[in-house]
Design a protein around this ligand. Structure first.
Ligand code: TLP
Length: 350
């Protein structure tokens, strides 16, 4: 059976250039700061995002965790959207391991959190009853909001609130590269609106493993210590950083193809009776869609599509997520649409 795997851009396999770079990578012990390839990657990502320093970490989850351990003392408060990946999908790590107190504000469908809500969530300093607000988090592109892209102006509004209260802003920029391509701005312009960024090489950029945190030199020095605490000090990690360097150098511009494929898939799906697609919400490589059929749930349709080789995930009872990525071609999208048309006709009532 032909398989079209649209579950996530995390399923991407490394390119031939990545495999070669991994084989040939110059290595050393990174806990001693002696892996030249890791050092090169950390400098490259910091430079691209306009920050003083970078730190290579195992995963996006570890990048967000280490960043928030660094921003937020135990009992300190993290303000973030109620649809944030950090809130939803990171196993509560910032509370379990960091003792952070989480304060959510509603995410709008466009991925934004209302600046007035954020301002209202910030605790008055000096009142002994309150936890102390430590950091505000944004996410761009926004995973659970269907890959929605925050504009630089939207991010600047949150930055303005944070500055008035002397607070830092952390960006979960797992897909900051998609955001930059979708907005037609440099990734640095996005990163300029925040103090620290976590970004992934293993999503649309197709590296097998790895993320980075960027920020000021002092922040990264402290984050390096926190990475050690969570067991993330790696040794000859240059084998992984080598692939991430290729990802940065060769895989950013092609994200536009993934965005085009996502749009084609969404437009095709919108033509098929039974699927409910808000085309305006499809802004990058993620398509989050619902159903107009009321007799079946999203998990049931997702399972039926998957059984026919079009692998997708249900994100809740009413929504399915499809993600385009390196390795998915226009022909795969056409095939997936044909399967989608067949499946929605034939899927049985639960
Ligand atoms: N997201 C994964 C799953 O965890 C849901 C996916 O398939 O989309 N921030 C954002 C915005 C993410 O989308 C992800 C991964 C992460 C952080 C965590 O990255 P990893 O998987 O490397 O820990």
């Amino acid at each position: 059976m032909r398989i079209v795997d649209l579950r996530s851009d995390t399923v991407t396999l490394p390119t031939p250039a990545m495999r070669r770079a991994m084989y040939e990578a110059e290595l050393g012990d990174d806990v001693y700061g002696e892996d030249p390839t890791v050092n090169r990657l950390e400098e490259a990502v910091a430079e691209r995002l306009g920050k003083e320093a970078g730190l290579f970490v195992v995963s996006g989850t570890m990048g967000n965790l280490v960043s928030l351990l660094t921003h937020c003392p135990r009992g300190g408060e993290v303000i973030l959207g109620d649809q944030a990946h950090i809130f939803y999908y990171e196993a509560g790590g910032i509370s379990a391991l960091g003792g952070a107190h989480v304060h959510t504000v509603p995410n709008r469908p466009d991925g934004m959190i209302d600046p007035a809500d954020v301002e209202g969530a910030i605790r008055a300093p000096g009142n002994v009853h309150f936890p102390r607000t430590s950091v505000i988090c944004l996410e761009n592109t926004h995973n659970r909001c269907g890959g929605a892209v925050l504009s630089v102006a939207q991010m600047a509004e949150i930055k303005g609130v944070a500055e008035r209260h002397g607070l830092p802003v952390h960006l979960d920029g797992a897909r900051i590269w998609n955001a930059a391509v979708a907005l037609g701005v440099s990734p640095r312009e996005i990163a300029d609106q925040v103090d620290t960024v976590q970004t992934c090489f293993s999503k649309g950029l197709a590296a097998p493993v790895g993320s980075a945190i960027v920020g000021s030199r002092a922040f990264i020095a402290e984050a390096r210590r926190n990475r050690k605490i969570v067991g993330g000090g790696m040794r000859q990690a240059g084998v992984l950083a080598a692939a991430a360097l290729v990802a940065l150098e060769e895989m950013v511009d092609r994200l536009a193809e993934d965005h085009d494929n996502a749009r084609t898939f969404a437009e095709g799906l919108a033509q098929i009776p039974g699927y409910d697609v808000d085309l305006a919400s499809v802004q990058s490589n993620i398509i989050r869609f619902g159903l107009t059929r009321t007799d079946v749930t999203a998990p049931r349709v997702a399972a039926a599509l998957t059984a026919e080789g079009v692998k997708v995930n249900a994100s809740d009872a009413a929504h399915i997520r499809a993600v385009t990525h390196y390795g998915i071609e226009r022909g795969d999208i056409e095939h997936a649409l044909a399967v989608a048309a067949r499946v929605i006709e034939s899927v049985a009532v639960a």
